[in-house]
Ligand binder design. Structure first.
Ligand code: CAA
Length: 399
């Protein structure tokens, strides 16, 4: 039988590509370590932090000891030395137990550590990355402003050169890890006449005078991960802390978000899995019309849809991560993964509540938390609408 390609044409020898869906030993090790920690340690803490809104500092410290605050950081800079596929698997596992912890780890790793590791100089890596990889120093990403969310180029924060430093003034919004961070990747306008090409990126030491957390948001979900408003007032940043060149800030932000969206996609997969696992358990125990509700097709169809969504979302996520590991562009693929995984997580959480019926609407079961936590994955690090813009740009030839 001839082998055919997707358009029905017979495959030539040179057309054949191999695709290895097996995880390697290191990837399995990273995933299994995270899975054990999530099950044995994190799951119980997740319930408490959701209720009290407490930042789980002890969990972050333990994750640091396990190497999970620097999964993809090479050992040379104090990290675990795994790849981005391992990182996605770790965020997924942690998010099954606690999406808020998934957020803390993802914002710290993808948005704060990666830009220094991937785009910084060796001196900057030496100064910042090792402490971040151990979790002793937490990172945040200060891009969003009160009037600059989806339109990330519409920044108002100013950075004015003064001798060997820059002086920053402005306000940043919804900054994950803002209250805990000691390192902040911060964006500011250095040349207002140049639009997005007039933005620059800085590595800010949050102990500098002028850094102030002015508000912590009271959010619908991911309660253990704190989102803050930050005021920057005559904050002085040494020129040595400029990330890339003056004017490169917008590209630094976009390249960073390419990786960040892989982390959020993995978080969506984790939330979806939690929704399915709890639904399977409940459907096996709850009886109606003479047997467990899992025997009813109305419930089985929901479970089947969740399972397909989760697998598809994970495949998209790991494809984006594998491209990043190969040093290839992954803008389109990470947007696709984030879009699909976020919307899958939302669908799974909605259906999980439906499977649980009235109990699903109470705080006695965890599915209502999954629903609240899933929603943010459709919003932060680029809304679903922004992901569609990014993907469509490739389809219609703008990229
Ligand atoms: N990599 C490298 N360069 C990129 C790029 C990428 N992925 N995407 C765009 N660029 C470049 C373009 O090539 C273009 O370069 P030139 O200057 O050479 O022309 C430049 O950037 C401008 O590109 P666009 O014209 O496409 O930019 P835009 O202004 O139309 O914006 C957008 C596009 C996709 C909507 C972008 O603004 C965006 O992603 N918005 C959402 C921002 C976002 O995700 N914010 C979340 C913040 S973090 C968070 O939520 C969590 C937290 O903890 C704070």
């Amino acid at each position: 039988m001839p082998r055919l390609n997707a358009s029905g044409r017979q495959l030539r020898k040179e057309d054949r590509i191999t695709m290895d869906l097996e995880l390697n030993q290191a990837q399995r090790q990273a995933r299994d370590t995270a899975r054990r920690f999530a099950r044995d340690r994190l799951a119980a803490v997740a319930i408490e932090t959701d209720r009290t809104h407490r930042y789980p500092a002890e969990i972050v410290a333990e994750l640091g000891e396990l190497g999970m605050m620097g999964v993809f950081v090479p050992e040379r800079w104090g990290g675990a030395g795994f790849d981005n596929v391992s990182y996605a698997l770790v965020v997924e596992e942690l998010s099954v137990a606690c999406a808020a912890t998934g957020t803390i780890v993802s914002a710290h790793s993808s948005l704060a550590t990666w830009p220094i590791l991937g785009l910084g100089t060796d001196t900057q890596r030496d100064r910042f990355v090792a402490k971040m990889a151990s979790g002793k120093s937490i990172g945040c990403f200060c891009l969003t402003e009160p009037q600059a969310g989806s339109d990330a180029a519409a920044q108002k924060t100013r950075a004015v050169r003064d001798g060997d430093s820059y002086v920053l003034n402005g306000t940043k919004n919804f900054i994950t890890n803002g209250p805990q961070a000691s390192v902040a990747i911060t964006f500011a306008v250095t040349d207002p006449s140049k639009g997005h090409r007039g933005l620059s990126a800085f590595i800010v030491d949050t102990s500098s005078p002028g850094w102030q957390v002015t508000r912590t948001e009271d959010k619908m979900g991911i309660h253990g991960a704190h989102s803050a408003q930050i005021s920057l007032s005559d904050l002085r940043v040494p020129r040595a802390n400029l990330l890339c060149e003056e004017g490169d800030g917008f590209k630094v932000a976009m390249k960073t978000l390419d990786g960040g969206r892989i982390g959020i996609a993995a978080q969506g997969v984790g939330i979806g899995r939690a929704a399915l696992e709890d639904s399977l358990k409940y459907a096996g125990e709850r009886t109606a019309f003479g047997g467990p509700i899992a025997r009813h097709q109305a419930i089985q169809f929901k479970l089947a849809d969740m399972a397909v969504d989760i697998d598809a979302a994970r495949l998209l996520t790991l494809r984006a991560a594998a491209l990043k590991d190969a040093g290839m562009p992954c803008t389109r693929e990470s947007a696709m993964a984030k879009l699909f995984a976020a919307e899958s997580a939302m669908r799974a959480a909605t259906q999980a509540i439906q499977v649980h019926g009235g109990y699903g609407y109470t705080k006695e079961f965890k599915v209502e938390r999954y629903f609240r936590d899933a929603k943010i994955t459709e919003i932060y690090e680029g809304t679903s609408e922004v992901q569609r813009i990014v993907i469509a740009n490739y389809l219609v030839g703008n990229r």
